[in-house]
Ligand binder design. Structure first.
Ligand SMILES: [Fe+2]
Ligand SMILES: [Fe+2]
Length: 139
């Protein structure tokens, strides 16, 4: 996963967290490519659980602080991803198919969530603070 400006929501702390999540994912993908499947999946799931919890707390805290109207829906998505990560950790099933599923799911979820839900929040924030482009709906 390559970070570029299309992922930026304009909040530097949040954008920094997202870049770190990409980095964790890329380290995991590199380790799989190097044949370290089991060890790397366990490590990735631990790191992902810790770091995404930290990130979700930050993002949700920001949303509550500004009275974001879609907070509950957004938090429910974070919670469901955290459940997914926990179930994967508990399953401890790291055959090739499972690891590829984990890789695809996390990539799809992170990209989709950031590009749609987090950006939506960024645009709402821009509108609130009067920055340009804020009134544009996501197409
Ligand atoms: Fe989010
Ligand atoms: Fe996020």
């Amino acid at each position: 996963m390559e970070w570029d400006a299309t992922y930026a929501i304009g909040q530097s702390a949040v954008d920094g967290d997202h870049q770190r999540l990409f980095q964790l994912f890329n380290q995991f993908s590199a380790a799989i490519a190097a044949g370290e499947r089991r060890e790397s999946a366990n490590r990735f799931l631990r790191e992902l659980a810790d770091y995404s919890a930290h990130h979700f707390r930050r993002e949700e805290g920001l949303m509550r602080a500004v009275g974001y109207p879609d907070y509950a829906k957004h938090k429910a998505m974070h919670d469901s991803f955290a459940d997914f990560v926990r179930r994967q950790s508990e399953a401890d099933n790291h055959d090739l198919e499972e690891v590829q599923f984990l890789q695809s799911y996390v990539e799809m979820w992170l990209c989709g969530h950031i590009l749609v839900m987090d950006k939506w929040f960024g645009e709402w924030l821009d509108g609130r603070t009067g920055k340009s482009g804020a009134a544009e709906p996501i197409s």
